[in-house]
Ligand binder design. Structure first.
Ligand SMILES: [Zn+2]
Length: 55
């Protein structure tokens, strides 16, 4: 079922991509996280926000 409401779609994408990924174990962490919740490593990256953007 396609999402026709553009505003809702943007919100959904924003929430889905606003997270940090641990470089070591790949766990998802909160956007506010400074360390991985699983392995306690501070080497986090932002999830690639370009995913899912089609022109
Ligand atoms: Zn980790």
């Amino acid at each position: 079922m396609p999402i026709t409401d553009v505003a809702k779609k943007q919100i959904a994408q924003r929430v889905r991509l606003h997270m940090k990924i641990c470089f070591y174990c790949g766990a998802r962490n909160s956007i506010a996280a400074t360390r991985c919740r699983k392995c306690r490593n501070s080497y986090l990256r932002l999830k690639n926000r370009n995913l899912g953007v089609k022109k």
